[in-house]
Design a protein around this ligand. Structure first.
Ligand SMILES: Nc1ncnc2c1ncn2[C@@H]1O[C@H](COP(=O)(O)OP(=O)(O)O)[C@@H](O)[C@H]1O
Ligand SMILES: [Mg+2]
Length: 433
């Protein structure tokens, strides 16, 4: 059973289905593309009680969790109590993502490199007062889950006060915004470093970089992610060693020493500063759309490896990766990330484009669905802001980009827009991407 209904989950389902060990896949709630490859079940991803009741009936041999909400709601604990296999960290470990204050305090306790903290506040008055003693730019972070809207890099006091007012006084971010963390602004390039761990052993996944801003050249507002690419060149060997030694290993050791076993995917968001890598945040899951680019380079049986993780016997050597590169270009609804309409009919999703053979090997294109629904007449319509993730692998980044953009050019729906510069030099240097 795969939990979630976005592009990341479509990529996981698609890859799991290639395993000879997998007979049947359920996906809750799934989407219009996942419905072609798995049985979609109408249970929301955050509904732990509903998922437990379903698993009680169907008894999946293994469950894999995509998004953060079920983690923070304790799905791993509920499954573990019943002896069911699941790849997901427990509720307490998921606080690394669920509470930015918890995560910062953990990093400081374990002396893992991260931006300096000025303070964590649950009263707006104290947060305003703290602004007198900070340097600019200042980073303000809402403590809880805010769907990517909980962080602001403020260049001056006015911007900082505005965020505190919105988050702590007007409650615009919900409960997640009642407490706020203030930290030092760092300068550098960002990198996502994702590992898979069974609590003791770990395996790094291939490096990826996502593109958060809606427009080319990293302009416009933040989104859930307009695209991602993976290439070994993103991460020189020496830097990789440094990240493993200074960040990943101390994190896993620190968690174990504090009695917080961690099992599943761990996403480390890094700023590569001139003084070395610094942790910006943890996510307790694969990123979306990073997952699509990662899955496109997997040259191993994902079901087997995930089962190993659930059984606490991960063998890092089993994770073999296709050389070269991969890319995922997100096709979004008109207006996204602001207001957008749904229900637009998608044209050009011919079978040959949707699932050309080859991704996971060296070349080929695969269109993963994110915000779609299939109607009774077989047509597919949009249901979300991010609609499709056109994903391609290639022997080089240029080759992967060419395949992905060619395939994207065949797809149409009213208002559709996408960035034309995913993985290109112009999109690489801006901070905040
Ligand atoms: N200390 C920091 N210095 C500079 N930029 C930061 C810092 N912390 C976060 N950011 C920027 O804000 C973005 C979002 O912050 P992050 O901690 O990843 O939270 P979330 O992904 O939950 O919104 C980062 O990708 C980065 O661009
Ligand atoms: Mg982030």
């Amino acid at each position: 059973m795969v939990i979630g209904g976005g592009g990341r989950e479509h990529a996981l389902v698609w890859k799991l289905r290639q395993s000879a060990r997998v007979e049947k896949i359920w996906c809750a709630p799934g989407n219009g593309g996942i419905a072609d490859e798995a049985e979609c079940v109408a249970i929301e991803a955050g509904d732990v009680a509903g998922l437990v009741a379903f698993a009680e009936k169907m008894r999946p041999d293994l469950t894999v969790v995509g998004p953060e909400l079920p983690l923070v709601n304790g799905i791993a604990d509920a499954f573990a109590e019943r002896g069911w296999k699941i790849v997901a960290p427990r509720r307490q470990a998921a606080q690394l993502e669920g509470s930015k204050i918890f995560s910062k305090e953990f990093l400081l306790r374990q002396r893992i490199p991260t931006a300096r903290m000025y303070g964590a506040f649950d009263s707006a008055a104290e947060a305003y007062a703290a602004l007198a003693g900070v340097k600019w730019p200042l980073v303000l972070k809402a403590d809880g889950l805010c769907a990517g809207k909980g962080v602001v890099v403020a260049k001056d006091e006015e911007e900082a006060r505005e965020f505190i007012a919105r988050s702590m006084e007007q409650g615009e971010l919900g409960v997640g915004g009642r407490r706020v963390l203030l930290e030092e602004g760092l300068d550098g390039e960002e990198l996502s470093f994702i590992i898979l761990t069974d609590g003791e052993r770990y395996a790094p996944l291939v490096p990826t970089r996502d593109h958060k801003r809606v427009f080319e050249g990293n302009q416009g507002p933040n989104t859930g992610g307009m695209g991602a690419y993976s290439s070994d060149e993103l991460l020189p060997e020496r830097l990789r060693e440094r990240i493993l030694g200074e960040i990943v290993e101390p994190t896993l050791k620190g968690l174990a020493s504090e009695g917080i076993p961690y099992q599943g995917f761990l996403y480390v968001g890094l700023m590569l500063t001139k003084d070395g890598p610094r942790v910006l945040e943890f996510n307790c899951r694969l990123g979306d759309p990073e997952a699509q680019a990662i899955v496109a380079r997997m040259d191993f049986d994902l079901a087997e490896v995930l089962k190993d993780v659930a059984d606490a016997r991960l063998e890092a050597g089993k994770l073999k990766w296709a050389a070269g590169a991969s890319v995922c270009v997100v096709l979004a609804s008109g207006g996204y990330p602001g207001r957008f309409e749904t229900g637009k009919r998608i044209e050009g999703l011919v079978t040959g484009v949707r699932n050309e053979a080859g991704v996971g090997g060296r070349t080929g294109v695969c269109v993963f669905h994110a915000g779609t629904k299939r109607l009774a007449d077989g047509s597919v319509v949009t249901t979300g802001g991010r609609v499709l993730g056109v994903t391609a692998a290639g022997e080089s980044l240029a080759g992967a980009l060419e395949s992905a953009y060619k395939a994207a050019g065949r797809i149409r729906f009213e208002g559709m827009h996408y960035r034309k510069d995913i993985g290109m030099a112009s999109s690489r240097s801006a901070v905040g991407d």
